[in-house]
Design a protein. Sequence first.
Length: 484
Amino acid sequence: GESENHSKGKVTNKPEVKLYNWFTSTSDASQEKLVEEKCLLKRYTHRSCIKVFCQPWQKCIDGTCVCKLPYQCPKNGTSVCSTNGKSYPTYCHQKSFECLHPEAKFLHGGKCTGEGKFSVSLNYGNTDSEGIVEVKLVDQDNKMFICKSSWGITEANVACVELGFQQGALHSHRRFHLPEDLRMNSMGCLHVECRGIETSLAECTFTKTMTKSYLDLASVVCSTENTDSLTHQSFQCVNGKYIPQKKACDGVNDCGDQSDELCCKGCHGKSFFCKSGVCIPSQYKCNGEVDCITGEDEVGCEGTRHPTVKEQKEILTPDMDAERKQIKSLLPKISCGVKRNMHSRRKRVVGGKPAQVGDFPWQVAIKDAENINCGGIYIGGCWILTAAHCVRRSRVHHYQIWTALLDWIKPNTEVMVENVKQVIIHENYNGSTYQNDIALMEMKKVSGQKECRTSNSVSACVPWSPYLFQPNERCIISGWGREK
């Protein structure tokens, strides 16, 4: 086999190596230039799976995250209770049901007991859409304030959406007057931490510090249709909300639907830039969870994950984000496109570089009778992806798939040969113009076997998003040819 660098290859991706800072900052004058205007026309949100990963209770269909059915969730997990009074075996099952029936929100961890309600309210404001935030936890008798120190736009968006303001929060901090007797007699305030994908504050983690501190309370102004208008310094979210332009591409989900972080040419503030054009919070870098669809937020993390020393707190509600991560870990992993060996390549020769065993474990040869005229790519299961002009349905019984082949004149010992069960050619293939020149070949299973024999092969990743590859990236094409 031989390989050749090519700017338009789609088999494996080998980006140019450049040195970047993880965290970047820009002046206000250049922040507007960070937004990719053409991308904004696509109206991407947190449900656009060509930009972001779907949640464990969702699946990606035609570029959009849609609801899974509850039975499609992993069975392992902790039971939870919904506001509809029903218990679910896992958080994923509940969120999947809620995805289909939005009125049935998360209430608390554990099975339903029929007692206790969760509520959030805004008080001491001038309208129903603003005020100091108070919550009543399921196992608490009284309402409690939330500490300002733990309150940000992420938490504010969740609270406003729960209260019926679908655009989320306009401001996460605003001063409102609290009667002195309430301030003096208060039992303190709670800390809350949300990820931003929650539909209720009940899903967020509530804690209370052991030591009392000065009571500085969280407040919010929720976004309504009359609260803001478009200016030359505004960014319009897909959900209709307007935010300051400077808040776009800073890694913070100000919009609430993430649309301010999905069309970026760079990031500012404490954020990390995914090459798919997405800005994520800097704390997501090397946190053990892949957030960039291209995976670079979890690359080079050896020795960088250190346990953080946190203030001792009383945990009042279960950590549902940890539960979400646990459920995500139970889902099938992407294992395509990863070689088993990573040895260095040899000196370049005319026409390409001779491949070694394991260099391109997805490359196969398609033998037609006595000749090998075409190659293909193993994409998993029993399936081979190839060009439509290489195959004919009528010759299906003449084809053989050769895996791990390096030299067709002197086949190496690792080669395995499989017969072909069927050939599927693109229904709109045009043999004159080569439009839609693509086909699938299904290998036959060996008698008595449930799977096809592919021990020497690794499946290549079939790109599900155009943002996995960027202009000017260098790629590798593999195939058979002559050295001179």
